[in-house]
Design a protein around this ligand. Structure first.
Ligand code: SDX
Length: 438
């Protein structure tokens, strides 16, 4: 949204004779102020420099606020702890998309609209056949979500609010179906069609684990757990994949292509791929000897010459405990309890590793705490979700956040196509020599 009149100014002075420059300063509702540098290049011929965007606000937003020092996460002002325990995922989707929690009538209408869009075009199954059965589910998902662009010509125009809303409903509704299809394809089982009498999370569990050979009754505790996992992953301010979606959509491409770009970015182990990497890390420590080998592993992590990281730990914004990690650990307890897996060795190993890390100065001094990915793999594995599918589940849940952020950008009258500049440190002008002289 257009910013209000400036709340103050910042004055830049230069040592190279460039005249000093006053730049507007804006205050948010909460959180750090921003210095508006949009006029900087035009007035000074200079760029700012911030690879990785550690000190750069790419936009103003009303959707999600993170206080990294307090370990606080708010969706539209509501604490994640309250949403995760008092709401379900589709209520949270409504909140992220429209700014307010739905009343009973609004919720029923929204749930009805999503439910009616859960099937995918029958042609989608033929895309899967092009993949090897052992393809990584995120390769499949990147392809399938992008392929949706070919099926919905009536909801491709990002600049039409109604088409944006229709594509949002379609994407939220179809992601569980596509993730379940990606899973069924890898295990050679037939796809299960969605059932309209089931809840969003219940439908996902049935499409994942049911077969045509017998009735399937979703376990309510597991359904609640997966619904909570969706809520915890729904949005997270301007993270890498959300920034990817915003930048991609800023060219005016269609919503399905922009969300496919988000899926591709989320795949990386530094981002959404961390839950898969974290569980594989725990497996490796388990195989090497379990709790007795934690000290050796931590030494590797601290060794600057090794590239070993404690996956599921650390965060660009959280310099305190990620509130989602706390909720995920509680969900772990509930699910393992329900399944009689109190003594799950991986969960016990994860808790021992967390305790040791949080008492080690290497992590304490760098303010490295568990993030959302540290426990999510353990609870998903207990639910029966295979490790390679963890990030696809993350993408399913994050789709609504990507869409809400995309919508906010497109609705901002000030938005322009994103086009960063650079500090050029390469060769000056030079002429091509004939190959005989090179
Ligand atoms: C997600 O942005 C989001 O909001 C993302 C996310 C979302 O919901 O969208 O929250 C989801 O992606 C969570 C993060 C999942 N990634 C991981 O768990 C992978 C492991 N974590 C790291 O790779 C790292 O912590 C990042 C990428 C998450 C953050 O990295 P930063 O902010 O760029 O910090 P950094 O790499 O500069 O680290 C600072 C120091 C370095 O040590 P020194 O150079 O100062 O000696 O901390 C060290 C790093 O080596 N460090 C770690 C570490 N994370 C940082 N050392 C060991 N293990 C780690 N996990």
């Amino acid at each position: 949204m257009a910013l209000n009149p400036a709340d103050g100014k910042a004055t830049l002075t230069f040592s190279d004779g460039t005249p000093s420059l006053d730049l507007p300063l804006y205050k948010g509702t909460i959180g750090p102020d921003v210095i508006d540098i949009r006029a900087l290049y035009g007035k000074t011929g200079k760029f700012t420099y911030d690879p990785g965007f550690l000190s750069t606000a790419s936009c103003n937003s009303t959707i999600t606020y993170i206080d990294g020092d307090k370990g606080e996460l708010l969706y539209r002002g509501y604490p994640i702890e309250q949403l995760a325990t008092k709401c379900d995922y589709l209520e949270t989707c409504y909140l992220l998309l429209f700014g307010e929690l739905p009343n009973a009538e609004q919720k029923a209408d929204f749930v009805g609209r999503v439910t009616k869009h859960t099937m995918v075009n029958e042609q989608m199954q033929f895309f899967l056949r092009g993949f090897r059965r052992d393809a990584h589910p995120m390769a499949v998902m990147t392809g399938l979500v992008g392929a949706l662009s070919a099926f919905y010509p009536d909801s491709m125009n990002l600049n039409d609010p109604w088409q944006r809303e229709v594509s949002a409903i379609r994407l939220i509704a179809k992601m569980p179906t596509l993730v379940a299809m990606a899973y069924k394809y890898t295990i050679g089982q037939p796809y299960m069609y969605p059932r309209n009498e089931l809840s969003y999370a219940g439908n996902f569990m049935r499409m994942m684990f049911a077969t045509p050979c017998e009735d399937y009754k979703p376990n309510d505790v597991l359904v609640r757990a997966i619904d909570r996992i969706f809520i915890l992953h729904a949005d997270h301010e301007q993270n890498a994949s959300t920034s990817t979606v915003r930048l991609c959509a800023s060219s005016g491409t269609n919503p399905f292509a922009a969300i496919a770009a988000g899926v591709a970015c989320l795949w990386g182990p530094a981002h959404g791929g961390a839950n898969e990497a974290c569980l594989n890390m725990l497996y490796d420590i388990q195989k090497a000897g379990g709790v007795a080998k934690i000290g050796e592993f931590i030494s590797q992590v601290k060794d600057k010459n090794s590239t070993v990281k404690l996956m599921g730990f650390g965060h660009r914004v959280y310099k305190n405990y990620d509130p989602r990690a706390k909720l995920m650990r509680e969900t772990c307890h509930e699910v393992l309890g329900e399944l009689g897996l109190h003594d799950d060795p991986l969960f016990k190993l994860a808790m021992s590793l967390e305790k040791i890390a949080l008492e080690d100065d290497y992590f304490v001094s760098r303010k490295l705490y568990p993030n959302v990915d540290y426990y999510s793999g353990i609870v998903q594995k207990a639910i029966g979700i295979p490790v390679p599918l963890f990030t696809a589940v993350f993408a399913l849940a994050r789709t609504v956040g990507w869409i809400a952020q995309l919508n906010e950008m497109i609705a901002d009258p000030e938005y322009k196509i994103g086009r960063p500049r650079q500090l050029f440190v390469g060769s000056r002008h030079r002429d091509v020599k004939p190959i005989a002289q090179r």
